[in-house]
Ligand binder design. Structure first.
Ligand SMILES: *Cc1c(COP(=O)(O)O)cnc(C)c1O
Length: 391
């Protein structure tokens, strides 16, 4: 008999009932150190007091009105995002994949309105992940996600990760945009080199293409800048955001320049929940925390500490780990052992990590993790590695 919850996930036998900062408490009382943060969502930790206050204050007043009316909280959050990024304008969604839908629609509409309706193709890269909607799976193109769901949304060209020669060769008159994650998340914590990102931007400028960045996982402070592309000194035309922006409240956004957004007008896109008062109250609180003086400096300092500890673990357990990769607190341990076994051994040591493709385990702690907790995480990872060695 089919379970009452549609069985699309293979879940670990853990049920968490409470969260506190970097910790999750299991129904049986055990305390797990959370290096997954709900897959880079709980960027400010669990039950962060500032977010709890923003949510509960707003919940006393007004949850939802719809986009039929002005929403002051939405305006306030959009203003903050515009102030702190390349963007001139923002549309709010509820998830990453919805941000992908709009990014694709916006790019196509841009070219349509410019009188180039054939420029519908979007170049994407192997190993990427853009969500589970029809546009998202067609964009990423991996058979694992698309098999059985055809016919797929047409108009995506899939190229090997970071292959700039293939990219140059693929740019034809029907290509309108390039879509890329500056740091691949699901694909195994694979950062694109700054020089490659610069080259991508230059190619887009030369060929008059829109650069769409998917910063759903690598954005919102995760790499030590508010958005990962800032490290390369480039800006996109359109950017997908979700995960960390709500700190656990379902919220996403598409950020764009005035030019890239110029095709969108009243009635061209919409969302019932997108940008509702409750979500935007929390999103604003997240932005306030992340843009506060010194917040990102601390993320970078702790990222250095964590990376150093992980390098030590790789040296100590060459049979289990191969290398450390990533940027900021978006870190991956490429495994020699089977990554799922390492994740499982982590559970046994009350430590949560997240598997990714390419036999990697992801370490995406709350950005608020303390030095002491980083030390504790190292101790538990060390114990997990020893357990894997002994099996
Ligand atoms: C998680 C993720 C998505 C999809 O986000 P959902 O909120 O699950 O729809 C898209 N792109 C990237 C890079 C992601 O990590």
């Amino acid at each position: 008999m089919i379970p009452s919850v549609l069985p699309t996930y293979s879940r670990a036998p853990l049920s968490f009932v409470k969260g506190e900062g970097s910790w999750l408490i299991e129904a049986d009382g055990r305390r797990f150190l959370d290096l997954g943060a709900g897959i880079a969502v709980n960027a400010l930790g669990h039950a962060n007091p500032a977010l709890v206050k923003a949510l509960s204050d707003q919940a006393q007043n007004l949850w939802h009105t719809s986009n039929l009316y002005q929403i002051p909280n939405q305006q306030a959050l959009a203003d903050k995002l515009v102030e702190h990024t390349f963007a001139d304008t923002v549309f709010f969604t509820n998830s990453g994949t919805e941000s992908c839908e709009l990014a694709v629609k916006m790019a196509r509409k841009y070219w349509y309105e410019k009188g180039a309706p054939d420029k519908t193709d979007i170049i994407t890269f192997e190993g990427s992940f853009h969500g589970r909607s029809s546009a998202g799976i067609a964009a990423a193109g991996s058979e694992k996600m698309t098999k059985g769901f055809g016919p797929l949304l047409p108009g995506f060209i899939h190229l090997p990760w970071g292959d700039l020669d293939a990219l140059k060769a693929a740019i034809t008159d029907t290509v309108g945009a390039i879509l890329v994650e500056p740091v691949q998340g699901e694909g195994g914590i694979r950062p694109m080199d700054d020089s490659d990102l610069k080259a991508l931007r230059a190619l887009c400028d030369d060929h008059d293409l829109l650069l769409i960045l998917d910063e759903v996982q690598c954005g919102m402070g995760r790499t030590g800048r508010l958005f990962a592309h800032e490290w390369a000194g480039i800006t996109p035309d359109i950017m997908m955001v979700a995960k960390g922006i709500g700190g656990g409240f379902p919220l996403g956004a598409v950020l764009a320049t005035e030019k890239a957004a110029s095709g969108m007008s009243a009635g061209s896109h919409g969302s019932t929940y997108g940008g509702n008062p409750l979500g935007c109250a929390v999103g604003s609180a997240v932005m306030d925390e992340m843009t506060a003086e010194g917040f990102l400096d601390e993320v970078n300092r702790k990222a250095g500490l964590m990376r150093q500890k992980l390098e030590g673990l790789v040296d100590a357990h060459p049979e289990v780990f191969e290398e450390v990769r990533g940027a900021g607190l978006m870190l991956g341990l490429k495994c020699k052992a089977v990554n799922a076994d390492v994740v499982k051994a982590g559970y046994d040591n009350m430590l949560l990590t997240v598997p990714a493709a390419d036999n990697v385990i992801r370490l995406l702690p709350p950005l608020t993790i303390s030095d002491e907790e980083i030390g504790e995480a190292t101790t538990r990872l060390d114990a997990a590695a020893k357990a894997v060695e002994n099996t």
